[in-house]
Design a protein around this ligand. Structure first.
Ligand code: MSP
Length: 663
């Protein structure tokens, strides 16, 4: 069975995880889950980097022993990672005995290779970076990253002959173009290698917090030299030869672009010196910014990943980070953008599709969808999607992989709109066609959900359960589940909306909908008045009553003030149901503002099935006097175009928030 050993950077524990560090872990988790789904034996390791001076200082500030502090932080990290559904198989800490053992092995091997020597070190050291700095790296005497004055240190240090590995590293880069990705990082590091390498200090004198150097117990191993070794200690270097044999070398180290140099220059040189194989690939992802600014703890501009996940759920956050940020490049996060994408991708697209497919399945076929149907355009697209998805995910184009699935979701929504199963359902002669549409859309939805499972594991499981498939995620395999299936009856269940639309934008965005100069393609009617009379016992049949009639006849003009008295607003249909004993009315629950709903009865039952309306934006008259109809009270009127007696609801390309005024 193929195997895949995947790691992330291990985190400093002087503060809690933030959205930037979480981004790395989430995207690595997507990769790990994709590998498992592909049937690859996967070992995914994360962990904490504990021997940093900042960690030591933070513990002291809190009056704690450093190790006790690290124990506490481990729990905090595990809690956050658990809430983000990270599926790591092991969690390494650099204070663990297994790690100490591996550090001893590495340092001894590197010493035995003749690559360590002692010399006096004098220079700058930035504790924030945990890195030695050269004068040229400073800006006005300050660390360019932390904007703090580095410490001047003068001490006897142990040095690693990094410079001796320049040629071998260059050769390795040339022979293995895939070793460092994306290309932009590879080019950066190649330039660095070409400009020459200096030996590096690998010890700190007179410090107590760290792993003592085997050859000089008065010094501890420099935190980076210590930390990089975690990737080997986690799979048994120095403690479990069989495990090490099984998993080393790592297939992929996922790290941030700021620390790519440590992973693609220093770490491979250490391994070369120790006579161990190099990892197959290092991927240097980009940074997540907050509204275009760097996230900074000191400026208070960090986002708590749990706060972000709580807004729309962990899956929504995972999707945003994977889909919206091209993997390898920098990306941005803002509450507004997150909400926009949530509404567009989940509430309106995937969530709406789940509701429609399952609700129609239940309504028209009692939840049992018969297999079959001729190969459709959707099936052909699904096959292309699967190919694109696999190619993108394997080459770490995670955003492209997800985008390909969303193209299939869009096409499925379009397919439903075109085939209009709600119309077929009214004609018994179209029963076979209806079966085909229901089965085909359910199959397409199933396939998309399987492909999205690495990104949205919880939602995927919930959606697949509504499509009648309760196989645990761990048992699912792309080789079988990633294929378009034409057999096997499906049992679908309807349920609550998985992702209700969110609205926190200001209600009045000044949307201009009705352009007086535009030639109407169909007459805009208000659905409620003229068309419902024949449903209301004792009412007079509508012939000329209502705004539709007067608009149609252009019988009189009105002044702008007349129009201004009509309050038109955008609403979102949350729920729709037939009205008993009425052929024309549907009862809609419409979200009409950030946190309010109203009931509107609309005479559109001959044009829309209730399921097709859920999640849809509409325009309605908001200040109409409430009106009792068929045992309910309608609080408004929905606007629709009157096309050959059929209502066609007014809509938007990008739906504005409910409550938005239409003028
Ligand atoms: N402890 C070192 C890594 C040692 S690995 C042998 C370290 N820790 S860190 O806590 O500062 O960062 C952990 C990871 O999070 C790094 O890969 C870093 O690049 C990444 N990120 C930190 N802030 C980030 C963003 N704002 N955006 C994306 N990733 C970011 O470095």
């Amino acid at each position: 069975m193929p195997r895949f050993y995947l790691t992330t950077a291990i985190d400093y524990v002087n503060s809690r995880p933030h959205l930037g560090t979480a981004y790395e872990k989430i995207t690595a988790d997507v990769i790990a889950r994709y590998q498992r789904l592909s049937g690859v034996d996967t070992h995914f390791v994360m962990g904490n980097d504990e021997h940093s001076q900042n960690v030591f200082r933070r513990a002291r500030e809190l009056g704690l022993e450093p190790l006790a502090y690290c124990d506490r932080m481990e729990q905090e990290f595990r809690d956050v990672w658990g809430a983000l559904d990270l599926s790591f198989d092991d969690f390494i800490r650099t204070t663990q005995p297994r790690h100490r053992a591996a550090v001893q092995v590495m340092v001894s091997r590197i010493a035995a290779a003749g690559d360590l020597y002692q010399a006096d070190y004098e220079g700058w050291y930035c504790v924030g970076c945990e890195a030695f700095k050269q004068e040229k790296d400073l800006v006005d005497g300050l660390c360019a990253i932390h904007r703090t004055r580095p410490d001047w240190i003068t001490e006897r240090n142990h040095f690693f002959r990094l410079s001796a590995y320049r040629e071998r590293l260059l050769t390795h880069f040339a022979d293995h173009p895939e070793f460092l990705q994306p290309e932009v990082r590879r080019n950066e590091i190649l330039r660095l290698l070409e400009s020459g390498l200096e030996d590096i200090s690998i010890s700190r004198a007179g410090q107590s917090w760290g792993i003592p150097l085997p050859t000089d117990p008065g010094s501890v191993v420099y935190v980076w030299f210590d930390a990089l070794i975690n990737y080997a200690s986690a799979v048994g270097l120095g403690t479990d030869a069989a495990q090490f044999e099984n998993w080393w070398p790592a297939d992929l180290h996922v790290v941030g672009k700021d620390i790519t140099r440590f992973h693609s220059v220093i770490w491979p040189a250490m391994l070369m010196s120790a006579g161990l194989p190099l990892p197959r690939q290092v991927f240097g992802h980009g940074w997540v910014h907050l509204r275009g600014e760097k996230m900074s703890k000191s400026l208070g501009t960090v986002v708590d990943p749990l706060d972000a996940a709580q807004r729309f759920g962990t899956d929504a956050l995972r999707l945003y980070l994977t889909k919206e940020i091209p993997y390898g490049a920098d990306g941005d996060f803002s509450d507004e953008r997150f909400e926009e994408r949530y509404n567009s991708d989940l509430a309106n697209n995937l969530g709406n599709l789940v509701n429609r497919v399952t609700a129609m399945g239940v309504r028209y076929r009692h939840g049992r969808l018969a297999p079959g149907g001729s190969p459709s355009r959707l099936q052909t697209l699904a096959e292309t999607t699967l190919r694109d998805y696999r190619a993108a995910m394997t080459s770490l184009g995670l955003h492209q992989g997800v985008a390909s699935v969303f193209r299939l979701l869009d096409a499925t929504n379009e397919y439903l709109a075109e085939r209009a199963p709600w119309t077929m359902a009214k004609d018994p002669a179209q029963a076979a066609a209806l079966d085909e549409v229901l089965f085909t859309s359910a199959e397409s939805l199933r396939l998309c959900t399987v492909l999205l499972a690495p990104v949205m594991p919880r939602a995927a499981q919930a959606i697949l359960a509504r499509l009648g498939d309760r196989t645990p995620l761990a048992d699912r395999r792309l080789a079988t589940e990633g294929l378009w299936r034409t057999d096997g009856a499906r049992v679908v269940e309807s349920g609550d909306a998985i992702w209700p639309r969110a609205n926190s934008r200001p209600a009045d965005t000044g949307m201009v909908l009705l352009d007086q100069g535009a030639a109407p393609v169909a007459v805009v009617r208000s659905d409620g008045v003229s068309d419902v009379h024949d449903d209301v016992p004792g009412s007079t049949p509508a012939t000329t009553a209502g705004p539709a009639a007067s608009a149609d006849a252009t019988s009189s003009t009105i002044v702008i003030d007349d129009f201004a008295r009509v309050e038109l607003k955008v609403g979102t249909v949350l729920h729709a149901e037939p009205v008993p004993k009425s052929k024309k009315l549907l009862k809609l629950t419409v979200q009409d503002g950030p946190a309010s709903n109203r009931t509107i009865l609309a005479g559109i039952a001959d044009s829309y099935v209730p399921e097709a309306l859920i999640g849809r934006s509409i325009v309605f008259i908001a200040n109409l006097e409430p009106r009792p109809m068929m045992g309910s009270v309608s609080h408004g009127m929905v606007l629709a175009a009157d096309t050959d007696g059929k209502a066609q609801l007014l809509g938007f390309e990008t739906p504005p928030a409910p409550g938005t005024r239409v003028r």
